[in-house]
Design a protein around this ligand. Structure first.
Ligand code: SAH
Length: 361
C-alpha cells in the first residue's frame, strides 16, 4: 500500500507537527476539507483510481514476494478460509484462490471493489472469492472466523496512513485461535547519509529565493520527511534495527514507541540526514520470506524516508551518532505520523546534541 498522492487533496489546515499536539490547530481526520468531502473520504478516494494500483502491482519486489509466499506455500492455504484486508484489485485474493483456498473474503472500501468484483468473475473465481465493498471496521463478514488474514497495509515510513490498525482490528475480530497473519513481522530501520547536494536543493534553497528570505518555509521543509530513493553510496554509518513489530501479537498501541540507536560511522564523512526504511517478513513460510525497502536492496515504490538534520555532522570512522527515535500517530489525524528524533555526537571534529520534530503528512 502507499499513497502520499492523497496529500495533495488534503488541505493542510494543521500546523502542529510534533508530539505535543496543539489542540486548536491540528486537523481532525474527518474534518470537512471542501464541498461535502472529508479528508477521510479523500484517503479512500485515492484508491478508487487505477493509477495507484498500477504502481503497486508494478512494484515487483512487493507483488512478487506476496505471490511467492502464496504459491510456494500452498500447504498453508489449501482448504483454508482467507480474509484479504484492503483487497484493491483483488490480486492477493486471486493468488490465494489459485492455490486452493476454500474461500476468500476480499474487503475493499474504495470503488476499486467494483473492479475487483468484475476481475474475480472474469477470471472464473466467483465461487471462491467474495468481494465485500466497505470498511473493514463497518462490514459484516458472512462467517464468524477466518484461518488466515493477508494484507498489504504498509505505508511510507511503514506507518504512514495507519492501515495497520485495520489489520489488527480484523485479527482481533475474526482470526481463529492459532490463525495466520501474513505478513507477520515488520521492522523499522535507520541509517545516516551524506546528502549535501540535495539538502542544499530542497532545504537551504528557501534561505534566498530570487534574493528574498523565505526561511519560514525552510522550517516547514525541515519538518517534512522526504520520501525518495537514496543511493547506497551515500550511506555513512551502519544500518540499525529500531523496532520489530509482531503483527500476530501486537496491539495498536505498540505502533507508538521510542527506540534508542547507536550508528557507527564506517568512513570519515559528513552526515546531513537520517534515513528510515522498513523490512517485512513472512516467518511462517516453509522458508523465511520477505523484502527490504532499504537503500541497499532493489527499489520499491516505498523508496526510503529521509529526515534532514539542522546540523551538518562531521564524523570520523568508528565514531558514534547516538540517540533515539519516538514515533506515534498524530493525535488529531491518526493517518499522519509524528516523529521525534534526538541525536548527539561527541567526536573529534563535531560535538552536537539536538532534538528535532517531524511529521509525515
Ligand atoms: N491488496 C491490494 C491493495 C493494497 S493497498 C494489493 O496488494 O495490490 C491497500 C488497500 O486497502 C487500498 O485499496 C485501500 O482502499 C484499502 N483499505 C484501506 N483501509 C481500509 C479499510 N479500513 N477497509 C477496507 N479497505 C481499506
Amino acid at each position: 500500500m502507499d499513497s502520499q498522492s492523497n496529500n495533495e487533496n488534503q488541505n493542510s489546515a494543521s500546523t502542529s507537527s510534533n508530539l505535543e499536539v496543539d489542540e486548536d490547530t491540528a486537523m481532525c481526520d474527518s474534518m470537512v476539507v471542501g464541498g461535502d468531502k472529508t479528508s477521510a473520504d479523500y484517503y479512500f478516494d485515492s484508491y478508487s483510481h487505477f493509477g495507484i494500483h498500477e504502481e503497486m502491482l508494478k512494484d515487483v519486489v512487493r507483488t512478487k514476494t506476496y505471490q511467492n509466499v502464496i504459491y510456494k506455500n500452498s500447504f498453508l492455504f489449501k482448504d483454508k478460509v482467507v480474509l484479504d484486508v484492503g483487497a484493491g484489485t483483488g490480486i492477493l485474493s486471486l493468488f490465494c484462490a489459485k492455490v486452493g483456498a476454500k474461500h476468500v473474503y476480499a474487503i475493499e472500501c474504495s470503488s476499486m471493489a467494483d473492479m475487483a468484483q468484475e476481475i474475480v468473475k472474469q477470471n472464473g473465481f466467483s465461487d471462491v472469492i467474495t468481494v465485500i465493498k466497505g470498511k473493514v471496521e463497518e462490514i459484516d463478514l458472512p462467517v464468524p472466523q477466518v484461518d488466515i488474514i493477508i494484507s498489504e497495509w504498509m505505508g511510507y515510513f511503514l506507518l504512514y496512513e495507519n492501515m495497520l490498525d485495520t489489520v489488527l482490528y480484523a485479527r482481533d475480530k475474526w482470526l481463529v485461535k492459532d490463525g495466520l497473519v501474513l505478513p507477520d513481522k515488520a521492522s523499522l530501520c535507520l541509517t545516516a547519509i551524506e546528502d549535501a547536494d540535495y539538502k542544499e536543493d530542497k532545504i537551504e534553497f528557501w534561505n534566498s529565493v530570487y534574493g528574498f528570505d523565505m526561511s519560514c518555509i525552510r522550517k516547514q521543509a525541515m519538518m517534512e520527511p522526504l520520501v525518495d530513493t537514496v543511493d547506497q553510496n551515500q550511506i555513512v554509518t551502519n544500518c540499525q534495527l529500531l523496532k520489530t513489530m509482531d503483527i500476530s501479537k501486537m496491539t495498536s498501541g505498540d505502533a507508538s514507541f521510542t527506540a534508542p540507536f547507536k550508528l557507527i560511522a564506517e568512513r570519515d564523512d559528513y552526515i546531513h540526514a537520517f534515513v528510515a526504511y522498513f523490512d517485512v517478513s513472512f516467518t511462517k513460510c516453509h522458508k523465511l520470506m520477505g523484502f527490504s525497502t532499504g537503500p541497499k536492496s532493489r527499489g520499491t515504490h516505498w523508496k526510503q524516508t529521509v529526515l534532514y538534520l539542522e546540523d551538518v555532522i562531521s564524523v570520523c570512522q568508528g565514531e558514534a551518532v547516538e540517540g533515539s527515535m519516538t514515533v506515534a500517530p498524530n493525535k488529531k489525524n491518526p493517518r499522519d505520523v509524528d516523529i521525534m528524533l534526538k541525536y548527539s555526537v561527541n567526536g573529534r571534529h563535531c560535538r552536537v546534541s539536538r532534538t528535532q520534530y517531524y511529521r509525515m503528512r
